[in-house]
Design a protein around this ligand. Structure first.
Ligand code: AMP
Ligand code: MG
Length: 344
């Protein structure tokens, strides 16, 4: 059993999409976008068309949402900080959703972390630990409440003159949701794996749920259990992505907007299951920053906005905490060495 999972994990990243014997062959496409290797797997008569359209959509969204892309709408807002910038309805809506989630997570998710991210240089060639005075100056720029969106002839976004937007905490989940819609438009089911952000479109061809392996944040080549689900998003934020080590300390890329430093909330990963990809992504980042106690409150606060909201958190003292709704859905990997507890 364990061997079968592991061999599948190697080829399919976090997704264990077991199809019934003799089931139709899927169309599979690997796409590199948003700095991530993505795997699209579609089943159905129009599967080839669906993955081709999905690939185009991912390139389009990469261009729209990458703050470093030349001529991207997001880069234009940042370059024009302090003054209104005309944007597409789509980008205005995603920024409005980011601001809304920021407000309701009491700033744990904050799309204005860009200046702090840049000071740390995560993902770049020379990451470094910024000084405390440097961070304090940058912290004064943070705050999604300062984002103004106005709608006249077209939407316009204004950010504070020292601010910059970074949608890295929500973009992949949003993109996953867009690809899921494309799969549905083409009458396909399938798995959209955007490197840690997974969207499940419909069910498997045999009518059963998909199985998604949740990576072990302390050893991402292993897994700590599987989730059996369909038609939803499963997104994980963890310490194992985009990090660097200095003087024996690991610095990861999920920033606590209150301190400007990598969040130290007692968690090493936070997985969110819910209906909507963008919510799942933003809330996984927020849950990671808030820690186990704060994260639980997200279920009450956001449960009506995005149905099926459940959490699976891994603590730095070796516990896996799941909300009650994952009973019968999450199957622990008993060999992983974690203690499994209910989160309430
Ligand atoms: P994720 O992997 O979804 O948790 O997102 C992490 C990415 O989101 C980082 O690479 C940053 O681009 C951005 N980010 C980091 N910290 C935050 C935060 N507290 N709120 C919103 N976005 C963040
Ligand atoms: Mg996220």
């Amino acid at each position: 059993m364990r061997k079968r999972f592991l061999s599948l994990l190697l080829t399919a990243l976090t997704v264990v999409s077991l199809t019934a014997c003799g089931a139709e062959k899927p169309a599979v496409k690997t796409v590199y976008a948003m700095d991530t290797v993505m795997t699209l797997t579609a089943y159905g008569k129009n599967a080839e068309e669906a993955v081709a359209a999905a690939e185009e959509e991912l390139y389009r969204l990469d261009q729209l949402l990458d703050r470093f892309a030349e001529n991207s709408e997001l880069a234009a807002i940042n370059a024009n900080a302090g003054a209104p910038t005309g944007v597409s309805d789509e980008l205005a809506e995603l920024i409005a959703l980011s601001r809304h989630i920021s407000e309701k997570t009491l700033g744990a998710f904050d799309p204005t972390v860009a200046p702090v991210m840049d000071a740390w240089g995560f993902g770049g060639e020379s990451p470094r630990v910024p000084t405390q005075p440097e961070l304090e100056v940058l912290l004064s720029t943070i705050g999604a409440a300062r984002i103004v969106i106005s709608y006249e002839d077209r939407p316009r976004v204004t950010i504070g003159s020292a601010q910059a937007l970074d949608l890295g905490g929500i973009a992949k989940g949003y993109a996953g949701g867009c690809v899921k819609e494309i799969f549905e438009k083409y009458g396909c089911t399938g798995v959209i794996d955007l490197g840690g952000d997974v969207m499940l479109a419909g069910k498997k061809t045999d009518g059963k749920d998909w199985r998604v392996a949740v990576k072990d944040p302390n050893d991402p080549s292993d897994f700590l259990g599987t989730l059996t689900l369909s038609d939803c998003a499963v997104v994980t934020s963890g310490i194992y992505e985009r990090n660097f080590t200095e003087d024996g300390v690991l610095y990861h890329h999920i920033i606590d907007p209150a301190t400007g430093r990598p969040a130290e909330s007692g968690l090493v990963s936070a997985t969110v299951v819910c209906a909507d990809g963008a919510y799942a992504d933003a809330l996984s980042t927020a849950a990671f920053v808030l820690g186990a106690r704060g994260a639980v409150s997200l279920c009450d606060r956001f449960g009506t906005e995005t149905p099926l909201l459940e959490l699976l958190l891994v603590t730095d003292d070796g516990r896996v905490l799941c909300t009650a709704g994952l009973d019968g859905i999450f199957e622990p990997n008993t060999e992983s060495g974690y203690l499994y507890e209910q989160l309430s």
